[in-house]
Write a protein that binds this ligand. Structure first.
Ligand code: CA
Length: 118
């Protein structure tokens, strides 16, 4: 996985390249694979423990406990302290500004044809 000059993980450089390579559908499949690699196999969701244990599989072994905790808290939308598949995929999209930009364009296109007059 690529690193930025300050040592952080550069999701925004990594994901669009993957989308180019794999296509939208292939990319979603990769995200799902990632989810399955990281999840707690008994619970079927990603928890702090499962993320900590499996992060190295995705090349994220440099993450501190605090960063892992942040990631779970950031992505958790229903407050169960764990990430289900949808929460994980949504979080991954949010971590990639370039992908978010694409989403925004799609949303804007969808809105242009409705009541908003640009
Ligand atoms: Ca959750």
């Amino acid at each position: 996985m690529a690193s930025s000059r300050n040592g952080g993980v550069v999701f925004e450089d990594f994901f669009p390249a993957m989308v180019d390579k794999l296509g939208q559908e292939g990319f979603m499949k990769e995200l799902c694979n990632g989810f399955h690699l990281l999840m707690d196999t008994e619970k079927g969701v990603i928890t702090f423990e499962s993320l900590k244990k499996n992060a190295a599989l995705l090349g994220l072994q440099g993450m501190s406990d605090e960063e892992i905790m942040c990631m779970v808290r950031e992505g958790d939308m229903d407050g169960d302290q764990a990430l289900n598949e949808m929460e994980f995929c949504t979080l991954m999209f949010r971590l990639s500004p370039a992908l978010m930009e694409n989403c925004k364009e799609m949303l804007e296109e969808a809105f242009v044809s409705t009541e908003f007059d640009y």
